[in-house]
Every structure is written in structure tokens, then in C-alpha cells.
Design a protein around this ligand. Structure first.
Ligand code: LLP
Length: 415
């Protein structure tokens, strides 16, 4: 159920009118719902039931400390891709022993820190990385728990930029070559082979590719077992899609998880998942104010105070995200291209949107909780947006708007 609802012509997040949030905190501002994050995580937990698996939230989707705190308090594990994300998880009160470390280029320093705090598992993506990890762990006198990320060569049927499980992608090791790397790893005193991992892509709107990938991964698990290498877990990555448009029909979270557990059959394996988007996307909106309306022969433009530096998904992935006024203006609706102030033609939030708005109207871009703020930049020397979290009738400021001075605080004039 969405927590963004219309009440008497006003758009609300939980019990808070978004118009009030904009009044108090200005714009652009990201607004997240604690309830929506909680419900999405609970849908995964319901899928696990009493299966000994682990839901590791993919921190990259939204790494605000308060978001991580909410999830840590619900018992989540975390999927990280950098030491920076690890430090955030720890600062938020996350449990290091429930952290999996993904990513194609972990550096020795990052491995050392992860070993020091005792993470659950390193998801290793190449032989070269496996060798460095073995050496680093040996130097530290530690044993690194490892899982190999294999590339099952399955088409996730999603946007090419967020499709990761094909042979042509840079991610993981070829599933057919994995066995020799496992044998090597199993022979190292400083490594403990614990799992296998894959992630085939993001925003999957069908569940079947997950099950196809899982079948291939389980074949590998069986072959490894025949070779005396027994795994403890299978990590199917993230990727369950969300509804951006009304006719998007993403897989049901709880049912998909249950099916993945059923697919394990008699094997004594825990299921691990790394969902990001499906936990936070629909829990967030980006508030923005209309600065000017401008009409040319071809278009009506609504020029707003949020730009591609705040939300790059439309520019980068041709993403369509719903844009609604937080309060309808008493004017005739027109078709607008909603664009930002940045000097790029690609700077748009949405095109051809029918909106009843005027100068000063406030808009909410929905489904903006994932890959929104985290992908923001300071392009055009624009400070990054404020972030707030709604909890019932309360609003918490969870990140202050960046000040202009802070943007060049680390820069130096010559001499
Ligand atoms: N695990 C790994 C290894 C990943 O690379 C990712 C996402 C996830 C888990 C989480 O996937 P999710 O459940 O969020 O689909 N910026 C793009 C999405 C990039 C996804 C990158 N990897 C977007 O805005 O659509």
C-alpha cells in the first residue's frame, strides 16, 4: 500500500501534508516514509519465515544513516560496496556480522577494515580479487569468509545499464569457470568458502529470470558438493522491481522469496538477498517548487528547483517517474515538460505531463527513494537537497540541505 495519498485535494505522506514539509524545509527536499520502508522490509521477512536466511539491504539505493538505522532496528543485514558504506552501516547501529561486501574493486584497505569488524561474507568478483583477499587475510592473521559472485548468463530483461548477469557484463566470474576458483579458495588457509552469489540486474519486473539464475547457481552448488566443497548460503542479489507506472507489475516480494526458498529443495542452504530499490523506492518522494512557467512554440515548460543533479534517473536511464502537484492549483491543466535549472538539455524530470500548476506550485516526484539522493551531485554548484523522514505525524530532518560555502570548503586558492 502506498503511503503517499490524496486527502482533500492535498498530497500526504503518512499523516503529513507534503505542502507543509516544503514550507518548513524548502525545496528540493527528499521525503521518506518510515512506515513504507518498514512494510517493504517486513514483506521480505515474511517471505523468509523461519528459514535461516538473511535480508541484506543494498545500501547503495539510499544510504542515509536514518534509513539504515530504521532497517538495522528491524534486524536487517546490509550489502555494501565500499568502506564508506560500511562506516555508514556501523554509524547507524548496523550489525557487522550481517554485512556482505559486494563490488568489483575492493581495495586491500577496505578488506582490512571489513575483516577487522568481522563481516559476514566477501562477495568476490574475480580471481585477482580472491588472491588479494587471501593475502590480506593471511597478513592480518584472519580467515576471510568468501562467496564467489558468478555470472549465470541470464537476461534480466531490464534496461541495459542496470542489467548485470550477462556474459558481456563486467560483473562476477563465468559460472563455468567458478569451480576452479572455488577449489583454489578452499585450499587457502586464510579463506573460508561459505557461499555463492549472483546479481543479474535491477528493476526486474518478472520473477522468472531470478528462478532461471537460481537453477544455474544450484547446479554449481551441487557440482561443488560432489567435489567436497559444501556451501552454507546462496545469495541471489537484489533486483526485484517496483511500480513506477501504473501498469508496471513487479513480482510480489513475499511470494518470490518463498519460491526461492522452495527452489533450494533438500539442500541445507540459507537464502541471502540484497534488495535495495524494492525497500526504499516507493517510500520516497522528491519535492520541488515551480520557479517559472515558460511556453515556446513547441512546448510548455515547468522550470522547477530540482534538477538532474538531484535526480539523474530520467536523464540516465530514460526513467519515467510520476510527478504530482502536492495541491492542485485552480487553473486549467496543460501538458508540461518538467525541467530543472541545469544547463543541459538532458536536465528534465518528466516530459509531457498534464498538470494544473502555476508559478510557486509544489510538485512531488514519486518513487524517488531509491537511487535518488545517493546519485546526486553538485553540478552547477548546486547544494544537495535536504532529506526528511516522516514517521506518522512527525517529520525528522535527517540530512541538512548543503550550504554553498560547504561546496568549496575543501578548495584552495593559489599561493
Ligand atoms: N546487489 C548488487 C551486487 C547490486 O549491484 C545491486 C544494484 C543490488 C544488490 C541492489 O539492487 P536493487 O534491489 O536495488 O535492484 N542506479 C540504477 C540502479 C543501479 C543498481 C546497481 N546495483 C537505477 O537508478 O535504476
Amino acid at each position: 500500500m502506498t503511503v503517499f495519498t490524496q486527502q482533500n485535494g492535498q498530497l500526504f505522506c503518512e499523516q503529513v501534508a507534503l505542502a507543509d514539509v516544503q514550507q518548513q524545509y524548502g525545496s528540493p527536499t527528499y521525503v521518506y516514509s518510515r512506515k513504507a520502508i518498514t512494510e517493504a522490509f517486513e514483506a521480505y521477512k515474511a517471505g523468509l519465515g523461519n528459514h535461516p536466511g538473511l535480508i541484506c539491504y543494498a545500501v547503495k539505493a539510499n544510504s542515509n544513516i536514518a534509513v539504515l538505522q530504521v532497517l538495522a532496528e528491524l534486524g536487517a543485514g546490509f550489502d555494501i560496496v565500499s568502506q564508506g558504506e560500511l562506516e555508514r552501516v556501523l554509524a547507524a547501529g548496523g550489525d557487522a556480522s550481517k554485512v556482505v561486501f559486494s563490488g568489483v574493486a575492493k581495495r586491500p584497505q577496505e578488506m582490512r577494515r571489513a575483516l577487522e569488524v568481522g563481516i559476514h561474507c566477501f562477495n568476490v568478483e574475480s580471481r585477482a580479487e580472491l588472491e588479494v583477499l587471501a593475502a590480506v587475510a593471511a597478513e592480518e592473521g584472519k580467515v576471510a569468509p568468501v562467496s564467489l559472485r558468478v555470472n549465470p548468463d541470464v537476461d534480466a530483461k531490464t534496461h541495459p545499464y542496470i542489467s548485470t548477469g550477462l556474459k558481456e557484463n563486467k560483473f562476477g566470474v563465468d559460472i563455468d569457470e567458478a569451480i576452479e576458483h572455488y577449489k583454489w579458495a578452499a585450499a587457502q588457509a586464510s579463506l573460508k568458502v561459505v557461499g555463492v552469489d549472483c546479481h543479474i540486474g535491477s528493476q526486474l519486473t518478472e520473477a522468472q529470470p531470478f528462478f532461471d539464475a537460481q537453477a544455474r547457481v544450484l547446479n554449481l552448488v551441487d557440482t561443488l558438493a560432489e567435489n567436497g566443497i559444501e556451501l552454507e548460503h546462496v545469495d541471489m542479489g537484489g533486483g526485484i522491481g517496483v511500480r513506477y507506472e501504473n501498469d508496471d507489475t513487479p513480482p510480489n516480494i513475499t511470494e518470490s522469496v518463498q519460491q526461492m526458498i522452495a527452489n533450494l529443495g533438500e539442500r541445507k542452504l540459507g537464502l541471502l538477498l540484497e534488495p535495495g530499490r524494492s525497500i526504499v523506492a516507493n517510500a520516497g518522494a522528491l519535492l520541488t517548487e515551480v520557479i517559472y512557467l515558460k511556453s515556446t512554440e513547441a512546448h510548455n515548460f515547468a522550470i522547477v528547483d530540482a534538477a538532474m543533479n538531484d535526480m539523474i534517473r530520467p536523464a540516465l536511464y530514460q526513467a519515467w517517474m510520476e510527478i504530482l502537484p502536492v495541491q492542485a492549483a485552480k487553473v486549467a491543466a496543460k501538458e508540461y515538460d518538467v525541467v530543472g535549472p541545469v544547463c543541459e538539455t538532458g536536465d528534465f524530470l518528466g516530459k509531457k505531463r498534464t498538470l494544473a500548476i502555476e508559478q510557486g506550485s509544489v510538485l512531488a516526484m514519486l518513487s524517488a527513494g531509491a537511487y535518488g539522493f545517493v546519485m546526486a551531485s553538485n553540478y552547477n554548484t548546486r547544494g544537495r537537497a535536504a532529506e526528511v523522514m516522516v514517521d506518522g505525524a512527525q517529520v525528522h530532518l535527517i540530512r541538512e540541505r548543503e550550504t554553498v560555502e560547504s561546496l568549496f570548503a575543501g578548495e584552495h586558492r593559489l599561493g
